[in-house]
Design a protein around this ligand. Structure first.
Ligand SMILES: [Zn+2]
Length: 227
């Protein structure tokens, strides 16, 4: 704020006309960088959002409002633990930890048991975009954590490049959710990788995923029964 008042109008104009602004104009989301910034990071955020939107549009899920992403340098609170990304139901905004800050963590950062890299960063963006769209389209989205995590993980794995997805599926060593199963947050808390893989495999194996997405969006309870 203070810095902005010190800049002359000419400088502000010069800043606005930088190519970066033009790139962002093409982006499906509004990006606000509070933490560390990089052109690659911005590109991956836009690409992750674009791929998530394309994936979800196949099943009739489209944005009904703006999509906002804030890049910060601190870990996000998510389901009681630290995470690289989160969606704030109150403000409708996604917060992401910057790739530079993630890389600087003391412990080797992992995503779904694999080494964190830009591919996982991009897929993580897609996960959070799915949460945002779930909230924009689900009338009782506050109640249905399992339902939205199912869709968020299905989207995340769909966006992940094939070699990493295949490796993840192999190491998780689980089958798709079966008819009669209960998709629950309890399972997710104990085995997030397995939850992600079970959800993805179930989703891509369905004859009519759009109908199931409608079911998910209208779930009014903490868990989902698989029909
Ligand atoms: Zn999630």
């Amino acid at each position: 704020m203070l810095l902005a008042t010190l800049l002359s109008p000419a400088l502000l104009l010069a800043e606005d006309s930088q190519p970066r602004a033009a790139e962002d104009a093409d982006c499906a989301v509004e990006i606000q960088v509070v933490g560390q910034d990089s052109p690659r990071q911005r590109m991956e955020i836009c690409q992750g959002a674009r791929e998530a939107l394309a994936f979800l549009a196949n099943y009739g899920v489209t944005p009904t409002g703006s999509l906002q992403i804030e890049v910060v340098d601190s870990p996000q609170e998510h389901n009681g633990g630290a995470a690289f990304g989160s969606y704030d139901r109150r403000t409708g905004r996604i917060s992401l930890m910057s790739m530079a800050a993630i890389s600087g963590l003391e412990e080797t950062p992992k995503m779904l048991g694999q080494t964190m890299d830009y591919e996982h960063f991009r897929a993580g963006v897609a996960h959070e975009i799915a949460h945002a769209l779930f909230h924009q389209n689900g009338p009782d989205a506050q109640l249905s954590n399992a339902a939205q995590e199912y869709l968020a993980y299905a989207t995340q794995l769909a966006v992940l490049p094939e070699p990493q997805r295949r490796q993840l599926i192999e190491s998780a060593d689980v089958s798709a959710w079966q008819s009669g199963d209960t998709i629950s947050e309890v399972y997710m808390a104990f085995a997030p990788e397995k939850f992600a893989v079970k959800s993805y495999l179930h989703f891509i194996g369905m004859e009519d995923p759009s109908a199931f997405v409608t079911t998910l969006l209208n779930v009014k309870w903490f868990y989902v029964y698989v029909p």
